[in-house]
Write a protein that binds this ligand. Structure first.
Ligand code: NAD
Length: 351
């Protein structure tokens, strides 16, 4: 009997989002896993018809399906609406931001053997948005760190390490200076680490030293867990180590739902040109397949993407090639077809 299709909310986004979403959907549909895509729009274009860039039916769809794949959405600078991306994370309680950074063969980068997973706390720290002016010439931003959110993100990092065969978690902080706030984050990580003693190694690094070490010897590190702001900065650093924004996937995970999206934005200057690199959204799709328990399909899609990039003949401009977005998708689909297991190798489906 055919497996039930996975219901997934698909938000194409704007700018380069729709063409990347189309390419990614074709690749995921060719992976052998059945999806029931519920396509919903969000972003500036929705304001005229719905009065908001994030209509309630979009949130309802994600809550119902519990899983969404999302293209980038433009946030106007200055006045205008609040970032749809930040609102989604806060409204749905997506407390963990997961950003793997793994070297891809065929890309010219400074390192060939990076394999890092950045786990960023997504709800508090300086992103709590509590700021005020003090008189005319000063301003204060309040940094919020709680034991509950710190232990929750530490548990997420350790559970991820166990589930994915990783060996070590490094907590990153500045507890030497912010003894109370970052001190509490570190203390919470240490408490959680005890429950994984003997299974997953634990250590900590001060964030400035961490940045230097990642540039000098990234191969020493495995899973990193960080408060929101350091996580934002260090995950971009890690993306830079393995080839930049075009290849950096991400996931925002909570207890009720998970939204998978690339790290990059909507790159409006390339919109509609069939030029942008869909790898980051496709690899976000791979994270989604793993989240759905579809390990074999995840390996198949990731393997095909890696092979096409290593081959180098059908990659997009940012990776030194001339292929368009849709041609890259075709190359990945063709690669999956040629590397699919023969019927005698294929696992027997459970009846
Ligand atoms: P951006 O990531 O959109 O683009 C920066 C540059 O990176 C581009 O000009 C392009 O040269 C390159 N680039 C990015 N993605 C690429 C891809 N897939 N293929 C090839 N090249 C790629 O960053 P930005 O210009 O700072 O932001 C543009 C808009 O996107 C802003 O409105 C911002 O708020 C929004 N944004 C959205 C998200 C999100 O939806 N999660 C994330 C970041 C930025």
């Amino acid at each position: 009997m055919a497996a039930m299709p996975h219901p997934v909310t698909l938000i194409p986004g704007d700018g380069i989002g729709p063409e990347l979403a189309e390419a990614t959907r074709r690749v995921l549909d060719a992976s052998g896993v059945a999806f029931e895509w519920e396509v919903v729009d969000a972003g500036e274009a929705l304001i005229a018809s719905h009065g908001t860039p994030l209509p309630e039916h979009v949130l309802e769809s994600i809550r119902r399906n519990r899983v969404a794949l999302k293209g980038p959405i433009t946030t106007p600078v200055g006045e205008g609406f609040r970032s749809v991306n930040v609102t989604l994370r806060q409204t749905l309680g997506l407390y963990a931001n997961l950003r793997p950074a793994r070297s891809l063969k065929g890309l010219e980068t400074r390192y060939q053997d990076v394999d890092l997973v950045i786990v960023r706390e997504n709800t508090e720290d300086l992103y709590a948005g509590i700021e005020h002016r003090v008189g005319r010439d000063a301003a204060e931003s309040i940094k919020i760190i709680t034991r509950e959110a710190s232990e929750r993100i530490a548990r997420f990092a350790f559970d991820y390490a166990v589930a994915n065969g990783r060996r070590k978690v490094t907590a990153v902080h500045k507890a030497n200076i912010m003894k109370l706030s970052d001190g509490l984050f570190l203390e919470s990580c240490r408490t959680v680490a005890q429950a994984y003693d003997g299974r997953i190694e634990f250590e900590d690094r001060i964030v400035d030293n961490m940045c230097m070490q990642l540039v000098q010897k990234p191969e020493l590190y495995d899973v990193l867990v960080l408060p929101n702001l350091y996580g934002d900065i260090v995950s971009d650093l890690a993306a830079g180590l393995v080839g930049g924004l075009g290849v950096a996937p991400g996931a925002n995970i909570g207890t009720e739902a998970a939204v998978f999206e690339p790290v990059h934005g909507s790159a409006p200057k390339y919109a509609g040109q069939n030029k942008a690199n869909p790898t980051a959204l496709m690899l976000s799709g791979v994270l989604m397949l793993r989240h759905l328990g579809e390990q074999a399909a995840a390996e198949r899609v990731e393997g095909a993407i890696r092979d096409v990039i290593a081959d180098g003949r059908r990659v997009t401009y940012d990776l030194g090639g001339e292929a368009g977005t849709s041609d890259f998708a075709d190359a990945v689909i063709e690669r999956m077809a040629t590397s699919a297991p023969s019927p005698s190798e294929a696992p027997v489906a459970a009846s």
